[in-house]
Design a protein around this ligand. Structure first.
Ligand SMILES: *[C@@H]1O[C@H](CO)[C@@H](O)[C@H](O)[C@H]1NC(C)=O
Ligand SMILES: *[C@@H]1O[C@H](CO)[C@@H](O)[C@H](O)[C@H]1NC(C)=O
Ligand SMILES: *[C@@H]1O[C@H](CO)[C@@H](O)[C@H](O)[C@H]1NC(C)=O
Ligand SMILES: *[C@@H]1O[C@H](CO)[C@@H](O)[C@H](O)[C@H]1NC(C)=O
Ligand SMILES: *[C@@H]1O[C@H](CO)[C@@H](O)[C@H](O)[C@H]1NC(C)=O
Ligand SMILES: [Ca+2]
Length: 461
């Protein structure tokens, strides 16, 4: 029993090392193709690839609604929330030093004093002070780190973070924030720590970022992306292989982290007390010094760079794909139906390139008649290291034909698990784990070790 295990490990190790020599940047999916020598000379090998994560606030358009809610027209003087006698906060849109336009939420922070956007005060109390701050990219992007909104004023007592996936046509809530969730939104208060793999997509209301009048210290409101990733990738995100595998097979999980627009809906400013001081409403307003959004262009694993040109982001598509998200095949390269690249198998993924019209069907015929994989496509399965699991059969090194109960590129997942909501009972995660074959676990284990090493490079994910 022990002998074959060691051999398997060695074989795996050898193949991983070989892969590393060929693809030094493996596991980051940052290379779309590389030249390789084969019996037929120099040819291209194609891999799944994605752009690096970057600071997405450089590429957005910001809109504040209602349009004249930004302070300073007419000029106004504000008092401090915690001290109504401290009234030295002036806003004047005409005076550059005293103006607080929306751009100041996205400038370089680290200056002292901070720069910030500010709303006019709650003059119309008890009518609600409602403000929408909408960030638009005109491009689908995938979030890779927490969204962090830093307030200069007290944090709002009620707010909603919303997202759009269709360029602002429709909006869905991402997270609710309130000092009292039940009262504000008739929702139970939760934190991201209450979420599990099966409830990851639940939209929660949290009191973590609203409570407390001690706003000198607690200024941020977060939407926790990394804690959600960690449900699959482990506490320090060391098993990214597992996360990538899950993203690959579960579309709504992937879509959850994908956006074209974000909206911060400010519903009630900090009051610091149960009673609003109606005699001095200049104490109540919103001010935001910084918003952080880290992400990458969504290019369907067909591009490793994304360029900002004429005010828009566009993927630089490879693999003979085209469109802003590389979402279709180029003209004359529609030899088979377009499909997104795949993170699997780790580490290179599968490019799923578009192939020319003319030779498309012929290649496919020859692939099926001769049982040889199309050279343009990475091998998905074989009878050695990339075995189809759970009784699946490898077809032409291109895909595993799984039995009815399993799914995933290597049939590694019980079918019920890929539907979020999961396999039912609370112990189903356990059941799924124990039914995972040893070799898959080993592969993931090795993958994670190497990923950890690779993560010393800056900007992993
Ligand atoms: C803010 O956006 C929501 C939809 O996301 C809309 O219903 C609401 O009227 C907007 N509020 C303002 C002040 O524009
Ligand atoms: C914004 O402008 C509208 C119409 O010009 C006006 O009715 C409203 O009172 C203004 N609101 C603020 C906060 O200045
Ligand atoms: C708020 O209170 C301070 C101190 O009493 C006062 O100086 C200021 O004018 C007040 N502002 C308003 C709008 O009443
Ligand atoms: C795409 O097309 C170009 C030329 O049109 C070709 O050189 C290249 O090999 C093709 N295949 C891929 C997968 O990029
Ligand atoms: C496909 O296979 C057939 C028969 O084996 C052969 O005649 C044909 O030339 C092959 N086509 C290509 C593009 O290799
Ligand atoms: Ca700022």
């Amino acid at each position: 029993m022990r002998f074959p295990l060691v051999l398997t490990l060695q074989a795996l190790w050898a193949s991983v090392c070989q892969t590393m020599q060929h693809y030094p940047a493996w596991g980051h999916y940052d290379v779309c193709k590389s030249q390789v020598y084969t019996d037929e000379g120099l040819t291209w090998d194609y891999m799944a690839c994605q752009p690096e994560a970057m600071d997405m606030t450089k590429y957005l358009k910001v809109t504040v609604d209602p349009p004249n809610i930004t302070c300073g027209d007419p000029p106004e003087t504000y008092c401090a929330l915690e001290n109504p006698y401290m009234c030295n906060n002036e806003c004047d849109a005409e005076n550059e030093d005293l103006a607080h336009p929306p751009e100041l939420m996205f400038d370089f922070e680290g200056r002292n004093p901070t720069t910030f956007w500010q709303s006019s005060s709650w003059k119309k109390y008890p009518k609600a002070l409602l403000v929408n701050i909408t960030l638009s990219w005109s491009k689908t992007i995938e979030l890779t780190d927490d969204i962090v909104v830093t307030f200069e004023s007290g944090r709002p007592e009620q707010m909603v973070l919303e997202k759009s996936l269709d360029y602002g046509k429709t909006w869905q809530p991402y997270q609710f924030y309130a000092t009292d969730c039940l009262d504000a939104f008739t929702m139970d208060a939760k934190t991201v720590q209450d979420l599990t793999q099966h409830t990851l997509l639940d939209i929660i209301c949290t009191e973590e970022y609203s409570r407390g009048y001690v706003w000198k210290y607690d200024k941020t409101v977060r939407f926790e992306i990394k804690d959600r990733f960690a449900l699959f990738a482990g506490p320090r995100l060391h098993n990214m292989a597992s996360l990538y595998g899950q993203l690959d097979t579960t579309k709504n999980l992937r879509d959850f982290f994908t956006i074209t627009d974000l909206r911060v809906r400010l519903l009630r400013p900090a009051t610091g007390a149960t009673m609003v001081d109606e005699n001095n409403l200049s104490r109540y307003f919103y001010a935001i010094s910084d918003i952080k959004v880290q992400g990458r262009c969504k290019c369907n694993l067909h591009a490793n760079s994304c360029v900002f040109d004429k005010e828009t982001l566009n993927c630089e598509c490879e693999h003979n794909t085209t469109g802003p998200d590389c979402g279709r095949c180029k003209r004359n390269y529609q030899g088979r139906t377009w499909s997104a690249g795949s993170y699997l198998p780790i580490p290179k993924g599968t490019a799923n390139t578009c192939i020319p019209n003319s030779i498309g069907p012929v290649i496919r015929q020859n692939v099926s008649s001769l049982g040889v994989a199309n050279r343009n496509q990475a091998r998905v399965c074989d009878n050695e290291l990339l075995r189809c699991q759970n009784g699946g059969v490898c077809l032409n090194n291109l895909r595993c034909q799984c039995t009815a109960a399993f799914t995933g590129l290597l049939c590694e997942k019980p079918r019920c698990e890929s539907e979020l909501g999961g396999c039912g009972g609370p112990d189903s995660g356990q059941a799924a784990l124990s039914s995972t074959p040893l070799s898959t676990l080993l592969l993931l284990l090795l993958g994670s070790t190497l990923l950890r090493e690779a993560s010393y490079r800056p900007a992993l994910l």
